[in-house]
Design a protein around this ligand. Structure first.
Ligand SMILES: NC(=O)c1ccc[n+]([C@@H]2O[C@H](COP(=O)([O-])OP(=O)(O)OC[C@H]3O[C@@H](n4cnc5c(N)ncnc54)[C@H](OP(=O)(O)O)[C@@H]3O)[C@@H](O)[C@H]2O)c1
Length: 179
């Protein structure tokens, strides 16, 4: 039997790039996958079709991870389509470098709202849906927190925050078998 048979995974930001790759790998391992996207419906639909053509299960659900109401809807749709939740991959992110002189309030909030607040809102909601046997939350960090490239102050700060939040929530949720 496939390793993730009968498991259900939500992957945020799965319309392209790393998220699409993660979604395809989870589906190959047997999981039913909910592919979240913000605006690229065509991209998400294409990956869903590819997964289905390979015998897997997947749906695409639009939603901005930085908006609580959208996040609530993503997980409600997951429950409606597949009846349970076992894995959350917090992948949605804005990967953007900006030199110091070009940082604005708007660019700062866009990155922090997506990369950090979105991860917190999705994890908060997923924790309500995991069953008694627990669940897995996978957060996508970045090597920038080790190599500190120039012009990445805001992006690197978001990924430093992701690392910190991951360690805190491992302690906070670990006792509930969420790892
Ligand atoms: N690229 C790299 O070299 C690299 C390296 C290390 C870590 N990472 C991390 O890996 C993750 C994915 O990066 P990537 O390069 O694959 O990015 P990408 O190709 O730009 O894809 C970003 C994905 O996130 C979605 N997204 C953006 N804002 C969103 C929001 N507010 N709500 C929901 N979905 C949203 C996009 O959806 P739409 O297309 O619908 O807008 C898209 O599916 C990010 O967390 C990034 O920081 C990337």
């Amino acid at each position: 039997m496939s390793k993730l048979a009968n498991k259900v995974a939500v992957v945020t930001g799965a319309s392209k790039g790393i998220g699409a790759g993660i979604a395809k790998s989870l589906a190959e391992a047997g999981a039913a996958v909910v592919m979240n996207y913000a605006s690229a419906k065509d991209g998400a639909d294409k990956v869903v079709a590819e997964i289905k053509s390979n015998g897997g299960k997947a749906i695409a659900v639009q939603g901005n991870v930085a908006k609580a109401a959208d996040v609530e809807r993503i997980f409600a749709e997951t429950k409606k389509a597949f009846g349970r939740l076992d894995v959350l991959v917090n992948n949605a992110g804005v990967y953007q470098f900006t030199p110091l002189e070009d940082i604005t309030e708007e660019s700062f909030h866009k990155l922090f709202n997506t990369n950090v607040l979105g991860l917190l809102l999705a994890t908060k909601e997923a924790a309500k849906y995991f069953g008694e046997e627990g669940g897995s939350v996978i957060n996508i960090g970045s090597a920038v927190t080790e190599i500190h490239p120039p012009a990445s102050a805001v992006y690197t700060a978001t990924k430093g925050a992701v690392d910190a939040v991951t360690r805190v929530l491992a302690k906070e949720l670990g006792r509930r078998k969420f790892v």
